[in-house]
Design a protein around this ligand. Structure first.
Ligand SMILES: Nc1ncnc2c1ncn2[C@@H]1O[C@H](COP(=O)(O)OP(=O)(O)OP(=O)(O)O)[C@@H](O)[C@H]1O
Ligand SMILES: [Mg+2]
Length: 691
């Protein structure tokens, strides 16, 4: 490393330090401010003015004084890439936090820096090339197993041109520091390859062959997302929402249930307690696909609100670079950033200290371009060997006061492909996920055909109009027809869009199930009930609503065949084909299962076998028969309890329906691993059809 350029501090302003330099320094290169007690504080050159260099220091600057020395390096702020990243918890500068804590104790000391990967661990290496082969940057030279994946060791991304393999290590166990290949470049120079390499975080990793249009839906198993406002693999989306509306919970359930290989969570400036919860939770959560710890395919990059702001900036870039690395390795990666607003606040703070001309709400003028550049790093690519891999980015935005007109939300909206706006009204009513169904949108194709989604959306729209009208003219002034419309929209919302994140069955709905249930919902919506009065309309819709909500809690029965014929044209290419093509994927079967593996479990689950905790769950097929009967008789016959085929559960519901006017099912506050506090008492969300 070249450390010959030195400087001396001339001013310290928060985490901004200005140094006088003698020599050439490059913007975005790193350096160290040397405290007199010998502690080295990492910093990055963010502006150069003649012989002055402005540095952002990633640590507390307390203790730095005018005249202290600065050591400049040629490297950019970089991350170390290699096997062993999965399962780690890093800070924004890729220090593994558990090891930092071990070294420094409860209070993180400035200047502690630890190599991000385990250098002693031996990895079982299998070579994939032979001497004489030609390779390019990013090509796999061999692989080591990492958790559930085969991790390819790739020719360094920073190398350009064609290389000839001179030697390659034989099958065996090696540490990441050992040399595993020697390549010769076009100029006959020998270059050594180890299992790890570095990449500057602020540069997008682009060694792919081709960028593709994201078309396949990323199934999150959250109904309102997959069916109504889908996200594509390789696409981008944002979740703006007021404080406490459920942004973090939504990201957590997505990271758990989404059909994706690797999840990278960047907690950027969130409250430390929340981050600690996540770190505590994840190792206990089970990966629905493998039954192993979810942490095995997760990386957490966290920079809490208590840590210096400059490191927030770094953590966003560190997260996305790690995501790009695993994409280059042939996997589908989901990067979740919580929250990008706090990252933007960090930008604002730094820009203020640089005394730059502020833009809207004092954010820097380059806010938009920075946000755009970040989301642009998402994408679906085709690798040189033909495989497809993706990075999907989902960021939360926490606009002050829930006002979506502020600059960060607006800048994000311009670049993302889907918008899941959370509404305070819905979260207050505990209608989770609190994604506002009328304000949200998506440009991607989901698991339901577009025309069906449009029908559902227009129902929601008309229902909302009636509801607003009713606030003026009252129920008496509303026709039975309009009233029914409103009840239907309410039914769709409560029975389909709302989902109990903490229930093992309702919490995650597979693609097949969503398609099946959505068709049934439409059948109900399309019924011409011809109600005589509003009382009849209300009672009937409550009945069917309860049947559907009970259905949501009943484990999916794979024996039920979707009533549709698959239409691959509508973005419904089954992912498992894609998976099977992926040689890195030892678990090609995406079992359309919920997290507990209750759905589609190969054996033991047939005939609606009872789950351990399902004593009060109905049986999928029995409830389905009840629903079909309801549809057949337009809800009329169903009034007589004994008509619903032999399901005690449903008859019990009919009883209940008389005494309640809305879904009174408990919405628990349990933590995702189910270890948290007890269930909350019943709290019926107020619905407009009351009274
Ligand atoms: N899908 C959900 N199901 C049940 N409860 C939920 C759900 N989403 C959120 N909640 C409840 O709302 C609370 C706040 O959610 P969360 O912490 O995700 O909000 P947030 O938008 O991230 O807030 P902040 O802006 O403060 O970070 C949770 O603790 C939980 O009790
Ligand atoms: Mg949050």
């Amino acid at each position: 490393m070249n450390t010959n350029v030195k400087g001396h501090i001339v001013s310290v302003f928060g985490n901004m330090v200005t140094a006088e330099i003698s020599g050439r320094v490059v913007k975005n290169s790193v350096g160290y401010c040397l405290r007199r007690d010998g502690v080295r504080l990492l910093c990055e050159v963010i502006r150069l003015r003649g012989n002055l260099s402005d540095l952002q220091v990633f640590e507390e600057t307390r203790g730095l004084r005018i005249g202290d020395e600065v050591d400049f390096h040629e490297d950019m702020l970089s991350v170390t890439l290699g096997p062993g990243l999965l399962g780690q918890v890093y800070d924004g500068l890729q220090n593994p936090l558990p090891q930092v804590a071990e070294k420094a104790g409860y209070f993180l000391e400035p200047g502690v820096s630890i190599f991000p990967l385990d250098v002693e661990r031996r990895w079982e290496w299998t070579p994939a090339v032979e001497p004489g082969n030609t390779v390019f940057a990013g090509d796999s030279l061999g692989s080591v197993p990492e958790g559930i994946f085969e991790h390819p060791v790739m020719a360094p991304f920073t190398w350009s041109g064609e290389f000839t393999v001179e030697s390659i290590a034989g099958k065996g166990a090696y540490t990441i520091e050992e040399e595993i290949a020697t390549l010769i470049d076009a100029d006959d120079r020998k270059r050594e390859v180890r299992m790890h390499q570095k990449w500057p975080v602020k540069r997008a990793l682009r060694v792919a062959r081709r960028r593709l249009m994201p078309t396949d839906p990323l199934v999150t198993r959250i109904r309102i997302i997959d069916s109504m406002y889908p996200v594509a693999r390789g696409g981008t989306y944002c979740i703006p929402g007021p404080f406490g509306a459920g942004k973090t919970v939504l990201q957590q359930i997505t990271s758990r249930n989404a059909e994706i290989d690797v999840v990278i969570l960047t907690a950027c400036g969130e409250r430390a307690g929340e981050v600690v919860d996540t770190i505590r939770e994840f190792p206990h959560l089970e990966d629905p696909r493998t039954g192993r710890s979810l942490m095995e395919r997760t990386i957490i990059v966290c920079n809490t609100s208590a840590m210096p702001v400059a490191a927030r900036d770094a953590s966003v870039y560190t997260g996305v670079t790690l995501a790009e690395y695993y994409r280059q390795a042939g996997l589908h990666v989901l990067l979740l950033a919580d929250s990008t607003s706090r990252w933007a606040q960090a930008m604002r703070e730094i820009s203020g200290r640089l005394e730059e001309i502020p833009g809207e709400e004092a954010f820097p003028a380059y806010l938009e371009s920075r946000i755009a550049a970040f989301y642009e790093r998402a994408g679906l690519i085709r690798l040189r060997d033909g495989r497809r891999a993706s990075v999907t980015i989902g960021g939360t935005v926490s606009p002050a006061g829930g006002n979506f007109d502020e600059p960060v939300t607006q800048a994000t909206l311009k670049v993302v492909g889907a918008f899941h706006g959370l509404s305070r009204e819905r979260s207050d009513a505990r209608r989770y996920p609190a994604i506002a169904p009328l304000d949200s949108w998506s440009k991607y194709a989901g698991v339901i055909e577009a025309d069906k989604v449009e029908r559902a959306r227009s129902l929601l729209q008309r229902g909302d109009e009636v509801r607003q009208m009713m606030t003026v003219v009252g129920e008496e002034g509303t026709t039975v027809h309009d009233f029914t419309l409103m009840l239907k929209s309410e039914f769709f919302d409560a029975s389909y869009l709302q989902q109990n994140a903490f229930d093992p069955v309702d919490g995650a709905t597979s693609r097949e199930r969503q398609q099946f249930v959505f068709d049934k919902i439409l059948e109900v919506i399309d019924l011409n009930f011809e109600f005589e009065d509003k009382e009849e309309a209300r009672n009937t819709m409550i009945k069917i609503g309860n049947l559907f909500r009970d259905w949501n809690y009943a484990p999916w029965d794979p024996n039920v065949r979707p009533s549709r014929t698959p239409e691959p044209s509508s973005g419904q290419t089954p992912d498992r084909h894609e998976k099977l093509k992926n040689p890195l994927e030892p678990h090609p079967q995406i079992r359309g299962s919920v997290n507990t593996g209750q759905e589609n479990e190969p054996e033991g689950k047939k005939d609606g076998q009872v789950q351990p905790n399902s004593k009060d769950r109905g049986d999928f097929l029995t409830i389905l028969r009840g629903i079909d009967k309801f549809i057949e008789n337009k809800g009329r016959e169903a009034k007589r309890e004994d008509e619903i085929p032999g399901d005690k559960h449903s008859s019990h519901l009919l009883q209940k329906a008389k005494s309640i006017t809305a879904d009174a099912r408990p919405r628990s506050r349990r933590t995702l691993s189910g270890r948290g506090p007890e269930e909350e008492e019943h709290k019926a969300p107020k619905t407009d059809d009351e009274g």
